[in-house]
Design a protein around this ligand. Sequence first.
Ligand code: GLY
Length: 369
Amino acid sequence: MRNRYEDALKRIAEKFRRTAETAAEEGIIPYQSAEGKWIVSPYDGNSWWTGGFWPGLMWQLWKLTGDGFFLTEARRAEKLLTDEFRTFRKLNHDVGFMYLLSCGADAKLTGDEQAETDLLHAASLLMGRFNPAGFIRAWNEPERTGFAIIDCMMNLTLLYRASRDTGDPRFRQVAGIHADTTLREFLREDGSVSHIIELDPETGKRVREHPGQGWALGSQWSRGQAWGLYGFALAFRHLQKPEYLEAAERIARNFTAHIREDGLTDCDFCQPAGEERIDNIAGAVAACGLMELAGLTGEEEWAAQGRRLVDGLLDHCADWGDSRCGILTHCTASYHDDGAGRHTNILYGDYFLTEALMRICGRDAELWS
Ligand code: GLY
């Protein structure tokens, strides 16, 4: 008998098979959907950090169904993303998100040699952002030379993979240095993590914490917690340092203690009571991180918590109808800035919901390994 997770995957594949054709016709990489239309990213065109999630989703669905439509659509978006190599100044630490889920997925799933070359090119761009004072620089503005962010823990996967594929340890050594700095500077006593820390670019010493996409300075932006959880779990998987696993479990304990009764995730775990601001992307990312933790530790409890999050998303926030092209509702890009979407469908929510379901069903394309 099929279970609800297999059913949900089938419905995801059916819906995107219906709606993705329009994205191809328009020649765009979708960022979100509303009122029956795809909407592109609000900033920086195809260099915006989210461009990899659409091809990543197509690759997961190709792995699930074997339908060549998804492969063709993934490659169409991959081409648009590799064209962005020419806009060097717009690219930042998020080349991990962009190219692991596009070229990286292609190289992994089909063995395409050009895709592998493009993946290594992206890894070299990420290496070029390394400051020997001990961290990978997040963004490019001159006044942000010393900024590092928790999200980058996910991008490190590009470096683990490049070391494995080339036999050159430098990539994973740099990843390890950045992960150690993140452990030291971002992880708090209560198991929560900061979003943005400014370091002195000459010495690597902490200057200050900055407010990020959460409610307030020192609060707990839930998606940042999810990036930390999943990112440290992946760091342990690839670098085998026990401190990374401990960190992932501490963050997981704090995260799961804050899951709402209905299984959904508030945008910030410190947000004022009564303020209804949900970010389902955080729940979907955390579900993937928890499934990863379950695999690393053999602890069924982490998998149960991951399913609890996925159940919440399927019970309350999956739109299977045709009024919008995507599926997951109540995605919120940032607590205070609604410009990139608030309580709406955002495609990286759909990507991580799909990955979580693929993991639960033992079908994941393993794009982070
Ligand atoms: N990596 C940026 C974000 O999660 O919004």
